[in-house]
Write a protein that binds this ligand. Structure first.
Ligand SMILES: Cc1cc2nc3c(=O)[nH]c(=O)nc-3n(C[C@H](O)[C@H](O)[C@H](O)COP(=O)(O)OP(=O)(O)OC[C@H]3O[C@@H](n4cnc5c(N)ncnc54)[C@H](O)[C@@H]3O)c2cc1C
Length: 444
């Protein structure tokens, strides 16, 4: 028997892989199947962002005189309708997982003591174990952080109405995405970022993100000293440099990243933030105990968690495989999908252009909000080293481009490429143009 702890993207996909190969698999999930991705992360953000983009488009059409009014949102209905759809998706995932032959045990907390594994108090007789217990929101140590009115992505859905003034703690993708959503919902949003906002993001993409967050106040290199109020918050004390100032707020959202959820995994080697240490086969320090997904630390992405789940399962099945973490596409979802894959861009030559007019951007031409396309190449060989594709469909483009980079494609390979038009196809033209430029430069 193989025991899998956690039914999020990593554990669920690993379980299906193992059961499909004929193994007896017990998947222990203490909450809902689908993990954070379905219940608190990707799907809720996607649901809220769809509404936010709808409001954004309505404003654009209203400004152009095409429609008379911008509709009001019914905040609590968004959450109730969203929950109904999440339940439906959970039921599909449950059916799919059971149909593959996985035995799901709900409502029990799994625990590991070296190679011994427990579901609640019951010890299970396992030949191998996969720990896929995921992560949880990182909660900074700030006075008043437990006041009513302070939310995390896990508790946000208890919010009854959208706040007039919202403070978001954090400076990464999660903070940016929630800021866009609440700004479009009509909240006055302030982001408090301890360091540079979106600090490890490509500079063109970062500038575009800041433009798309027009209306959001972004305070960088700033920390929150305290959150105050009696039963409910009313203000946030902020310190930047040596100054102390106070922001009025009726809600605070903590979007300060994630930390591995590994406290019930004992006997395996862990790192400084509690991440379970694994080798490239996803094997922990204990033989026959594997770990995958957020519990092994960043980048905290669903496709990475799924991929790691498959690697762990294949190794258990005796098919040795290792994880390659170099070409990981990602996206910051604001007005557009600000997607990118920039694994190794040192020494690269880069070219960036605004996104073209097309589906989803035609009406944004007057405001200049058409996104961007950027390619990074080795100027000598033309090898593709990185791309940014910000616009409708950017996520799809970045996924495929990451795959082609992994296959060592160069810009010259795109000479034969025929794109669909109209689409947000700026990147393909840019790749061909870059190929021409490099050839002219080398006299070919
Ligand atoms: C707000 C937010 C937005 C995000 N947006 C994106 C995005 O746009 N794109 C993207 O790729 N990723 C995104 N993520 C990250 C993504 O959700 C995670 O990377 C992914 O869910 C990790 O999968 P996992 O299976 O490793 O862990 P989780 O999804 O955390 O699943 C772990 C599961 O284990 C269960 N569990 C925990 N402990 C135990 C135990 N002891 N016993 C039994 N069960 C247990 C939990 O209930 C949970 O179901 C986002 C996350 C958040 C919070």
């Amino acid at each position: 028997m193989i025991v899998v702890l956690g039914g999020g993207p990593a554990g669920r996909i690993a379980s299906i892989r193992l059961a499909s190969a004929g193994k007896d698999v017990r998947l222990i999930e203490r909450g809902g199947i689908g993990g954070q991705c379905l219940h608190f992360g990707c799907m809720p953000v996607c649901a809220l962002n769809d509404v936010a983009r709808f409001i954004h488009s309505a404003r654009t059409f209203h400004n152009l005189g095409i429609i008379d009014t911008v509709p009001d949102i019914n905040f609590s209905t968004i959450f109730s309708e969203m929950h109904a759809i999440q339940e439906k998706i959970a039921s599909v995932l449950d059916t799919e997982t059971r149909s593959a032959g996985v035995n799901i045990i709900y409502g029990k907390t799994g625990r590991l003591e070296g190679k011994k594994v427990f579901a609640g108090e019951e010890q299970m007789d396992a030949d191998a174990v996969i720990a896929a217990t995921g992560s949880r929101p990182n909660i900074p140590d700030i006075e008043g952080i437990d006041l009513k009115g302070v939310y995390t992505p896990h508790t946000l859905f208890g919010m009854k109405e959208h706040p007039k003034k919202l403070v978001i703690i954090g400076g990464s993708v999660m903070a940016a995405e929630f800021a866009y959503i609440f700004c479009m919902f009509g909240s006055e949003v302030t982001i408090i970022s301890r360091s540079t906002f979106l600090k490890n993001t490509d500079k063109h993409l970062r500038a575009l993100a800041i433009k798309e967050l027009e209306g959001v106040e972004i305070r960088e290199d700033t920390s929150i000293q305290s959150i105050s109020g009696r039963s409910h918050i009313h203000s946030v004390r902020v310190r930047a440099d040596d100054k102390d100032d106070v922001i009025d707020a009726d809600a605070v959202l903590i979007a300060a990243g994630l930390v591995p959820r590994s406290e019930m995994l004992n006997g395996v080697k862990k790192g400084s933030i509690g991440e379970v240490i694994v080798d490239r086969r996803m094997q922990t320090s204990v033989p026959d105990v594997y770990a995958c997904g957020d519990v092994i630390g960043p980048p905290y992405l669903t496709p990475v968690a799924r991929y790691q789940g498959i690697i762990a399962a294949d190794n258990i099945l005796g098919k040795p495989r290792t994880m390659d973490m170099q070409y990981i596409p990602q996206s910051i979802n604001l007005a557009h999908e600000l997607a990118f894959c920039t694994p190794e861009t040192e020494g690269a030559a880069s070219l960036a252009i605004p996104g073209p007019a097309g589906p989803g951007t035609f009406w944004s031409v007057p405001s200049g909000e058409t996104g961007l396309a950027k390619v990074m190449v080795d100027p000598d060989s033309g090898a593709l080293l990185g791309i940014c594709a910000a616009g409708p469909g950017g996520g799809l483009i970045a996924g495929y481009m990451a795959f082609l980079m992994k296959r060592h494609f160069s810009v010259h390979d795109f000479e034969e490429f025929i794109e669909v038009h109209p689409s947000t196809d700026g990147i393909y033209g840019l790749l061909k143009y870059t190929s021409d430029m490099l050839k002219k430069r080398s006299g070919n």
